[in-house]
Design a protein around this ligand. Structure first.
Ligand code: ATP
Ligand code: MG
Length: 189
């Protein structure tokens, strides 16, 4: 099965491009951010821990997110593939993903790195705030999330490169063009 990692800064369009890949290839989709927001809504213990970190723009501790990810992945083994959206976000998570896949005879097929200018990201996130009302989509928390991205998540690009799975896409103002480029790449793996 295909194991696709979709990777990029907050607001880079991971959810949007994931939806396009789900529609085209019938993949299952794991968005760790969405799973955590569901846990918060359902009032679970994991949700209450997660909320403390999310509202501050910080990452949830690696061990919690890794356990959660493996149990969701195991419900999706029958389909054509899985898209990992918002995971991994640290080197520890990336190594855990590699191990989790290896234990199941699987590997990362490709990592799609979405490159978007920071002004565009901020504008998108502030717009989304008006529509979705996410507690972490305010200017101060967004800046913290950018900072967390550059310090903890961006270094993963080198790791993916070394693993030989990195593929990069730069947004130049045309979403449909970007979708087509991504679909072409995924069709070729
Ligand atoms: P977007 O969805 O627009 O790309 P984003 O990447 O910041 O923006 P989510 O992926 O939904 O948003 O994540 C929201 C929050 O959930 C993060 O700021 C973090 O607190 C938590 N979170 C999500 N995934 C992880 C992860 N893999 N490790 C740790 N924390 C996570
Ligand atoms: Mg998202």
């Amino acid at each position: 099965m295909d194991n696709i990692v979709i990777f990029g800064a907050p607001g880079s369009g991971k959810g949007t491009y994931s939806a396009a890949l789900v529609e085209k290839f019938g993949y299952n989709h794991i968005s760790t951010g969405d799973v955590l927001r569901e846990e918060i809504k359902a009032g679970t213990e994991l949700g209450s821990i997660a909320k403390r970190y999310i509202d501050k723009g910080q990452l949830i501790p690696d061990d919690l997110i890794i356990d959660m990810l493996a149990s969701v992945y195991d419900t999706m083994r029958e389909g054509p593939g899985v898209i990992f959206d918002g995971f991994p976000r640290t080197i520890v998570q990336a190594k855990a993903l590699k191990k989790m896949l290896q234990e199941r005879g699987e590997k990362i097929s490709v990592t799609l790195n979405l490159k978007v200018n920071e002004d565009v990201l901020m504008e998108r996130l502030l717009n989304r705030a008006k529509i979705e009302g996410r507690t972490d989509d305010n200017e101060a928390t967004i800046k913290k999330r950018f900072n967390v991205y550059y310090t903890q998540t961006h270094p993963l690009i080198e790791w993916f490169k070394k693993e030989g799975v990195l593929s990069e896409f730069t947004f130049r103002g045309d979403k449909d063009k970007m979708i087509n480029e991504i679909i072409d790449k995924v069709a070729s793996i």
